[in-house]
Write a protein that binds this ligand. Sequence first.
Ligand code: ADP
Ligand code: MG
Length: 592
Amino acid sequence: MGKVIKLDRLLIERIAAGEVVERPASVVKELIENSIDAGADIIKIDISDAGLKKIRVTDNGIGMEQDDAVLALERYTTSKIKNLEDLERITTLGFRGEALASISAVSRMVIITRTKNSDIGTKVTAEAGVIKNVEPIGAPVGTSVTVYDLFFNAPARLKFLKSKMIELSHIVDVVTKYALIFPEISFELIHDGSVLISSPKSENILEKLVHIYGTDIARNMVEVDGSTNGVHLFGYTSKPAITRSTRKGMHIYVNRRFVISDLFYKAILDGYRSMFFKGRYPICVLNIDLDPSDIDVNVHPSKLEVKFKDSDKIFNLISSTVRNALLSTELEPEVRVERVIEETLPKKIEIGESLTPLKDIKKTVEPTSIPQTKSLIQTTLEKTVLGEKEIKALSEKYKLPWTLVGQVARLFIIAFDNENVYIIDQHAAHERILYESFLNEYESGKIKIQNLLEPVLISLSFKEALVLMDNLETLKSLGFDISPFGENSFLIRAVPVIMKKTATTSDLQEFIDELLNLEDVKKKNFPAVHKIISLIACKSAIKDNDILDHETMAKLIKDLHTIPKDPYHCPHGRPTILTIPLKRLWHLFKRT
Ligand code: ADP
Ligand code: MG
């Protein structure tokens, strides 16, 4: 190492830019925040090439005088705070005074702005953090900031960017988040000339939810409203029947700044406890308003994380308000019952009389526990262990290599032969079988297609719709007929036959949801086909907790034996069959 030197200003700015400007979406976020802080009620975001060629944010806010516009480009210049006390009581979205400086350090920037007090506007041109030109220009009141060639002088940053589609989807996400929480502002996002988001001024958040998620979802949102000394939680959250497989639909804000907060997410999920299963997440738009001095927003350069001073109070407020809101709403009894039956009880119930009444089962649906009560397991056992005659008949019919004993705990099938006892995971095994046969159909180009009697309509967020659009061809080759239907909805007209039992709206919505979240699908790592086939197999397979009749079990064992390679693992790599040698049992019982 050599001598210590002081870095020059431009270099410092390039380094700092890395913290604030991670990707095109960070630019969009900072510029939108500036427009909101400037009191705009119309914000238009116009981008080309996922933001890499151009990002222009135009607002009708208060604008800047010429000297302010020039100064604003320097680091640590802000009109929002003056002293330390101000920093503790921040009411604006910006305050660090570094966004414009950081963005201009890694781009070519043009600012055009005018205040209502001047007749003529100002145009400032900068490149790589250096102001090149300042001139008067005719302009409407407000500001437009255009960022060309982002990262043109930071090739390392460029390399870190994901595919254009992913960068674009992050931008869509930022605009979605602000559009939802500022209903009084109209937002429009245009990419390469096509409108991706058009979210006009609205009366309230619910109306914005209609624009962003569609009426179906908006109709299933519950209002959440509650306060404790000085803290107010308000927003909407989905009924338990509407869940997603990721947290992407959970939009959370503090003083209308969108944030990432584990405490917040956990508290919301706590409010839903026992209403849906682990690994599911609601859609929500929830904001906490509190005294700015009760939080620290200055813990993260892009202001995404917040620290609450009294975190217990906040947790309890969120959890209890969400819970009360859910409990006091009609949770559409049909939907609830359907879900309970689907998820805790098998499709083919042959022991109806002895089942625990539905009412009681509802209570036992805890997300983490094994979902059935003791009495249920016992009932199952009695009915599923085979008698000698039946074993014989079945073995002959299916020419089974193993002798079938029965099902335990609604998950495992027990069988044996002269050497081993076999324990089969019914879901994993069936998944494996379906995977093989569907892959076979796919590879030989003979996928059997089931037209749906009634097409199923699914609605997605803009971001998800984009991903789905990109995968329509792949899905077509797998037997799906899906076409765009309105802004962010799709019609499914046909599915592969293998999925015909799970072709209800909720199943298909869930399937598409999970599909769009497969890493390979998101990152466009084609061919993602095998992953999609695994998912199809998983969705179509016998579930944990399904009671199986003996025919089904026998057929399953039979089919497992026809799999050419490795029947011992499911497509995800989990075991399907556990083999316990009889010798081992003798040994364990000290008989040797
Ligand atoms: P910060 O938002 O933290 O103050 P920025 O670098 O984002 O820092 O902006 C610097 C200053 O430029 C702001 O404080 C504001 O006075 C002015 N400014 C930036 N964007 C706009 C805009 N769209 N309309 C009006 N003034 C703006
Ligand atoms: Mg700012």
